[in-house]
Design a protein around this ligand. Structure first.
Ligand SMILES: Nc1ncnc2c1ncn2[C@@H]1O[C@H](COP(=O)(O)OP(=O)(O)O)[C@@H](O)[C@H]1O
Ligand SMILES: [Mg+2]
Length: 471
């Protein structure tokens, strides 16, 4: 037998997850056993007892009798009731045997198709699911508590899935088809969607949804989830309040944006914050936040507004802090400029594997956008701008953790010197498969202590570092 397919470094579970029988807890990431929830019923399971032709028949007949304009404006509960009655009527006419449960299931399915994203609706309603990955009409995977599993969701056929993709694209004024086969969009609730159509998607359409967390997450929650120790949380809180310039580094889905949202709570309500993002997902609680989002190039090849354009513009908007969702390119240079020119407390995230790697990536990005700039000059700029780099990682047990908190200290010759204030060390694996470990702490006095002193946070910083910590 072949080896099972792998996803990242851990084996992929190909067992369908019992989404409808044992729905998950609705409390986020708590490890408690799943509790029942009616929101995740799988209509396919109920309907599969009927011959496929009679269901298709009923579905078509029912759709034909509904007025698209009227139903689009109706409340889901009322529409489900009406559709259920209609189904029962048609079923009687055509002598199709349907019990109440089957009627209800078919009505729910139709309403999900009419008003929402069809079979994905139960997954969207389920708060314990972070990511939804549709690999063609037959296979939909979900990520729950860090684990990727196959769900029960199936689309009727590729056309059904394609029509849902088209609805998402048209809601943001884009189209998706063979000639324009990739789209990034956002759902009404803020969730991010990427769609790839055939012929690029070989078994597609493919759709990846990163759900928008409805409950903003703070440091207390992150400590509770063991994403960091209480000591690390305290240090990061002080770093945020003391307006250090911070870069959060990590892989895709490692929790960078979540940590940035938590850090943003340390921003004083009186500060003017300008955020720049490719796809808006930051959830800042302050009253004075100005949100900017890039614009992709139009089908005619015009009108593109890049992050770099927006960061430059942001500098003219009298910001106290500039927050860039994720630096990916030439705007790295403008970010450093912003950090260096009186916008202390600016933040960004970056895709990198270690804090050292993050520094190298920033240097490369600046280089790419500003050919001819000597690397020494770029490094000096990095040292003068960034105070702290925080590394987050998704570990093989599904847990997301802060693994490094690194100070950008200075230059030694041509090399940037870094100091790992905290370094997570894995010590072992518990019986539940969860990793455990400790933080190695460096108590070397940080170069930015004088800056922290200016805001009155130097003593708190020192005290927090001195504290012992059990984790
Ligand atoms: N410490 C954590 N513990 C559990 N889940 C987390 C944690 N941090 C983030 N998540 C979840 O992981 C998903 C990815 O997080 P996100 O911050 O968007 O990652 P990134 O920005 O690195 O791509 C989100 O659904 C988020 O709710
Ligand atoms: Mg992110």
């Amino acid at each position: 037998m072949n080896n099972p397919p792998v996803f990242g470094r851990r084996p992929l579970q190909l067992v369908p997850e019992p989404v409808e029988d044992v729905p998950p807890p609705r409390t986020g990431f708590s490890p408690s056993p799943p509790a029942a929830s009616p929101a995740t019923t799988n209509p396919n399971a109920v309907l599969s007892v009927l011959p496929e032709t009679s269901i298709a028949d009923l579905r078509t007949a029912c759709m034909a009798r509904l007025d698209a304009n009227t139903v689009a404006l109706m409340a889901p509960e009322r529409l489900t009731g009406d559709v259920e009655r209609l189904i029962s009527e048609i079923a009687t006419e055509r002598r199709i045997q349907l019990n109440r449960r089957e009627q209800r299931a078919l009505a729910t399915e139709l309403v999900h198709d009419i008003l929402g994203l069809g079979p994905l609706e139960p997954l969207l309603e389920d708060d314990t699911i972070n990511d939804i990955m549709v690999n063609g009409p037959e296979k939909t995977f979900v990520e729950r508590q860090g684990k990727v599993v196959l769900s029960h969701v199936k689309f009727r056929d590729a056309g059904h899935l394609a029509s849902i993709c088209q609805r998402i694209a048209s809601s943001i004024g884009r189209r998706i088809d063979e000639s324009s086969p990739m789209v990034d969009a956002r759902l009404k609730d803020g969730s991010r969607v990427n769609i790839v159509f055939p012929p690029l998607a070989l078994d597609g359409p493919y759709m990846s949804i990163r759900k928008f967390g409805r409950k903003p997450i703070d440091f207390a929650k992150l400590v509770e989830w063991k994403a960091m120790s209480a000591q690390v949380a305290r240090i990061l809180e002080i770093a945020g309040k003391g307006r250090l310039n911070i870069v959060i580094s990590g892989g895709t889905g490692s929790g960078k944006t979540t940590l940035m949202n938590a850090l943003s709570r340390m921003i004083d309500p009186g500060e003017r914050v300008v955020t720049v993002e490719d796809a808006a997902e930051l959830q800042f609680q302050q009253p004075h936040v100005v949100r900017l989002e890039t614009r992709p190039i139009s089908l005619e090849g015009r009108g593109e507004i890049t992050q770099r354009d927006l960061v430059r513009n942001a500098l003219r908007m009298r910001p106290d802090r500039i927050i860039i969702g994720e630096v990916r390119g030439a705007e790295a240079f403008d970010m450093l400029q912003a950090m260096n020119t009186g916008h202390d407390g600016s933040m960004s995230t970056i895709h990198a594997n270690t804090t050292r790697d993050a520094v190298i990536r920033i240097e490369n990005m600046v280089q790419m956008g500003n050919m001819g700039l000597p690397s020494r000059a770029i490094r000096t700029q990095i040292v003068g701008s960034i105070d702290l780099i925080i590394q987050v990682e998704r570990h093989r047990d599904g847990g997301r953790r802060v693994t490094q908190v690194t100070e950008v200290c200075g230059m030694e010759g041509d090399v940037i010197t870094l100091n790992d204030i905290f370094q997570f060390e894995v010590k072992g694996e518990g019986p539940d498969g969860k990793l455990f470990g400790t933080y190695k702490v460096s108590r070397m006095p940080a170069g930015f202590l004088t800056r922290l002193a200016y805001f009155g946070y130097d003593k708190a910083w020192r005290a927090a570092l001195e504290e012992g910590d059990r984790f």
